[in-house]
Design a protein around this ligand. Structure first.
Ligand code: ADP
Ligand code: 5GP
Length: 216
């Protein structure tokens, strides 16, 4: 039998800041790579941002940290698949990396906000699977933001102020999960990914397989 071929899908995780999407993305990616070490079936899209680096963040792993000038140039050149202003800083997804992997049948994981998700949906709805992560409560969201210990009190307060607005976009997503227990949420995300990969519309190899091998 020929090797099944399909176009990669764009898998988006969004949430109010602190609900756990970075933790979930890392765990998902680790597990995806562990199960198929010979060919990673999923890669993370690393965004560019004009925001300052947080303690512990690594250039090229967490973000590509760029100046507002370079950000403006990339926007003007159309080098970003989507871009948006979040908390007063510019964020965007480099287009070439995503397209190259999707074409090769590799899924791409995004940690982007609702504005970016909307832009991806407008550009390529059929290739998009979007998941919105909710915290169990606002109290727990604040606890997580403080526990992460990467932001000042002022930044935490600003992120809490924005949480309700971000949560208001939950209905624009294909799936909505409450991230109470981390392992349970991860497992649900893996199930969503598994069945979305199997959708008929993504199995471009099927027609040939049926015509050539099953039409005896
Ligand atoms: P986000 O990327 O959405 O801003 P993070 O992944 O940085 O959020 O998570 C914020 C903090 O909450 C981190 O310290 C992380 O370890 C913690 N966290 C994430 N998910 C859970 C969970 N299900 N239960 C408890 N703590 C969690
Ligand atoms: P943080 O500064 O906490 O890393 O991210 C702040 C917000 O920006 C999060 O909601 C995150 O999902 C979003 N974000 C990160 N990268 C991008 C991007 O490339 N595009 C868009 N639209 N949002 C992004």
């Amino acid at each position: 039998m020929t090797v099944p071929q399909r176009q990669g899908l764009m898998f988006v995780l969004s949430s109010p800041s602190g609900a756990g999407k970075t933790t979930l993305s890392r765990r998902l990616l680790e597990r995806q790579t562990n199960t198929s070490p010979e060919a990673a079936p999923m890669v993370m899209s690393v965004s560019i941002t004009t925001r300052p680096k947080r303690p512990g963040e690594v250039e090229g792993r967490d973000y590509f940290f760029v100046s507002p000038e370079d950000y403006g140039i990339m926007v003007a050149q159309g080098a970003l698949l989507e871009h948006a202003e979040v908390f007063g800083y510019g964020y965007g997804t480099p287009r070439a990396f995503v397209n190259e992997h999707l074409t090769r049948g590799v899924d791409v994981l995004f940690d982007i906000d609702w504005q970016g998700t909307r832009q991806l949906a407008a550009a390529s709805r059929d290739d998009l699977v979007s998941v919105f992560i909710l915290p169990p409560s606002l109290g727990e969201l604040e606890r997580r933001l403080r526990a992460r210990a990467q932001d000042s009190d002022e930044v935490v307060a600003r992120r809490m102020d924005k949480a309700a607005h971000e949560i208001s976009h939950w209905q624009e997503y294909d799936y909505v999960l409450v991230n109470d227990d981390l392992d349970a949420t991860l497992s649900r995300i893996e199930h969503i990914l598994e069945v979305e990969r199997l959708r008929r519309a993504r199995q471009s190899w099927l027609r040939k397989f049926i015509e050539n091998s099953l039409n005896a």
